[in-house]
Design a protein around this ligand. Structure first.
Ligand code: LLP
Length: 434
């Protein structure tokens, strides 16, 4: 994003062009930013560990246009469900380019996951016999919960430690791999995902040491080698303006990960595994914006600016108390005044900015642009109150493409069936019946 003469541009496309062409609210993604984010990550980690590979956790933004950008750059896919495996297939990816890291899987999930031929990453040892009932995968990974997790978003997205629902307890890891080995599986991987949105490079070195101590012991004890170790996602981005000058030092993170990794590989006498990560937010978070419009301004107990961006369009503030910075098109240089800002949903959690200095001249009809909306934005939107899901647009330079249509009323009633005895009768018949 850049602001030229107070006018907001996504790459070179003015926000007004987006709003006039596609309506509001609309998610907009900057193609070049996504590419830069991916390349920066790959280059940093490969510098310190050449056998390093990146998967994209497609859960955070699952539009195939965006996922194809990352595929072109060389990413595999981390899939959280069978449908995400199908998205990967739609990208032309399969086999060991895709990892299935579901949790609490149904038998159907297991069967379809196996049939798809992707890497199976098991969240619990109890899944192994269930998988084996359907077939024997070439390679098995377990998701380890190393007992420690962390997140700048807060406890809601801390995905490991005693309070998390994810992963295998360290005390169960040895038996889990033993069972897999004894079942004839010969290729192994290991995975963890302790938290999301962390900008502290030290953290990444630390968690690498944690998993490698657990996996190194299993390797030594069971006499098995590991094809790959996957450190999950978690690379963080700054959301607040005061943190803008404190982005994650990706070079430092990569250096620390590689140093811890090499040291543990040597300590446990392992054959050096492939090193993997599967970030999501870091690739697309700061490449995405949400463009909305101000429809009403009310002066009641306080001044409240009503826009078409609500908790249904961007769930993170209402769900996690997450901060997203907001710009007002054409007014950023003006004086500021503290106001509230909300969407159009009949819930007070939709009043998602209670008190923030926004441009004082904000008026009905103005465009607001919400920053860092690429990750966990559109995918977590929903159609509550009949407020339908927004459109998605990709920009590259001064070009722009609709990559997902705005929902219409048909989407609201798609797949809904009203039994005959509940159907309204035409008005004429109703009159005759009286
Ligand atoms: N791998 C696995 C197995 C995951 O569960 C996740 C995210 C990722 C990778 C990607 O993590 P990232 O690089 O984005 O940190 N909805 C929350 C975030 C939930 C994270 C879920 N798992 C938010 O809006 O902040």
């Amino acid at each position: 994003m850049r602001i030229v003469n107070q006018l907001i541009h996504l790459e070179d496309v003015p926000a007004t062009v987006i709003a006039e062409t596609y309506g509001t609210p609309t998610y907009v993604y900057e193609e070049n930013r996504i590419r830069e984010n991916f390349r920066r990550t790959l280059a940093a980690f490969r510098r310190y560990y050449p056998d390093f590979h990146l998967f994209y956790a497609i859960k955070c933004l699952n539009n195939l246009a965006v996922a194809n950008i990352l595929r072109q750059e060389g990413a595999g896919i981390d899939a959280a469900s069978v449908n995400e495996i199908l998205l990967a297939k739609a990208l032309g990816l399969g086999g060991e380019e895709v990892m299935f890291s579901g949790n609490f899987l149904s038998d159907d999930d297991i069967r379809q996951g196996l049939e798809s031929g992707v890497i199976f990453n098991l969240d619990d040892p109890s899944l192994l016999p269930r998988v084996l009932r359907h077939g024997r995968p070439q390679v098995i990974a377990f998701r380890v919960n190393p007992g420690y997790g962390r997140s700048e978003v807060g406890p809601f997205v801390t995905n490991a430690g005693p309070d998390a629902k994810f992963g295998v307890h360290p005390d169960q890891v040895l038996d889990a791999y033993r069972a897999a080995r004894d079942a004839g599986i010969r290729r192994f991987g290991a995975h963890m995902m302790p938290g999301s949105c962390i900008r502290d490079p030290e953290y990444f070195g630390f968690i690498t040491g944690l998993i490698m101590d657990i996996i190194g012991k299993a390797s030594r004890e069971l006499q098995i080698e590991f094809d790959f170790i996957d450190l999950g996602g978690g690379l963080g981005i700054p959301y607040k303006p005061e943190d803008k000058d404190k982005p994650l030092d990706i070079e430092e993170a990569a250096a620390r990960v590689a140093a811890a990794f090499r040291q543990k590989v040597a300590e446990y006498g392992m054959k050096p595994p492939r090193l993997m990560m599967e970030p999501a937010r870091y690739f697309v978070g700061d490449a995405g914006y949400l463009v909305g419009r101000v429809h009403c301004i009310k002066d009641s107990y306080k001044r409240i600016v009503g826009t078409d961006i609500g908790m249904n369009t961007l769930a993170r503030p209402a769900m996690y108390g997450a901060y997203h910075h907001i710009y007002v098109d054409g007014r950023e240089d003006g004086p500021r005044r503290a106001v509230g800002l909300c969407g159009q949903i009949c819930e007070n959690t939709d009043f998602w900015v209670k008190d923030r200095p926004l441009p004082a001249g904000i008026q009905v009809g103005d465009l607001v642009v919400v920053e860092n909306a690429g990750a966990y934005g559109y995918v977590m939107s929903y159609a509550y109150n009949g407020r339908l899901r927004p459109a998605e647009v990709l920009v590259n330079g001064d070009r722009h493409w609709l990559i997902r249509e705005r929902e219409t009323f048909r989407d609201l009633i798609r797949g809904v069936h009203v039994p005959p005895h509940l159907r309204p009768r035409p008005a004429r018949l109703r009159k005759l019946a009286r």
